[in-house]
Unconditional design. Structure first.
Lengths: 114, 112
């Protein structure tokens, strides 16, 4: 199965709160899991990524948690800010190295209220 | 630093018309991709290229064609446009060292 299932479809969080977006996959051949952030009218841009040999990666206010046995990974945005309002896509790399293709989740639209 | 540039940004087509979406990158990346984005559906891979002269189908290639005559350019052609091709199209190139995709700003296409 080459799908990556992302939830929720939309999310509203108060400023200073924690935003959590979840993704699940079936194919154990996936071996690289990036998150992309997209602002209105722009293309997606890489936010943070993780490989399955670690359970957590943190970059500033953004953390990926990875559960290999459950085949799930999530993005946590701490101290969410209005500037974080965007669409977030999880993805998984199918295939190895440079020949692999990214499979994207359905996207989550995050709104952070001031 | 231009990165990935797509033209046009907006286009309205009539059913049955044809057009080409242009994509060029100045980062000397070998790998290039075309995705379409539809609400609630994420990004679906249409075609990709691993270098000049080499292209291959992605998840949703029907109704599209590509060519890759140079490293810089990767145009996407729509033949006989259909309403189902109304979408936002993104071109991307990949840094082979990091695996990071760099996206253009998108081309919004409406077929009426």
């Amino acid at each position: 199965q080459q799908q990556v299932k992302q939830s929720p479809q939309s999310l509203i969080v108060q400023k200073g709160g924690i935003s959590i977006i979840n993704c699940a996959y079936e194919n154990t051949a996936f071996d690289y899991f990036p998150w992309y952030q997209q602002f209105p009218g722009k293309g997606p841009a890489l936010l943070i990524a993780i490989r399955p040999d670690v359970s957590e990666k943190k970059e500033g206010r953004f953390t990926i948690s990875f559960n290999k046995s459950a085949k799930q990974f999530s993005l946590h945005i701490m101290d969410s800010q209005p500037g974080d309002s965007a669409t977030y896509f999880c993805a998984a790399l199918l295939g190895s190295g440079n020949t692999g293709k990214l499979i994207f989740g359905q996207g989550t639209t995050l709104q952070v209220k001031p | 630093n231009a990165g990935v540039t797509q033209t046009p940004k907006f286009r309205i087509l009539k059913i049955g018309q044809s057009m080409t979406l242009q994509c060029t990158q100045d980062m000397n990346h070998n790998y290039m991709y075309w995705y379409r984005q539809d609400p609630g559906m994420g990004l679906k891979l249409i075609y990709y290229s691993v270098g000049a002269g080499i292209t291959d189908k992605g998840e949703v290639p029907n109704g599209y064609n590509v060519s890759r005559s140079t490293t810089e350019d990767f145009p996407l052609r729509l033949e006989l446009a259909a309403p189902s091709q109304t979408s936002v199209y993104f071109c991307a190139s990949k840094d082979s060292n990091t695996g990071e995709l760099f996206f253009g700003e998108g081309s919004r296409l409406t077929v009426l």
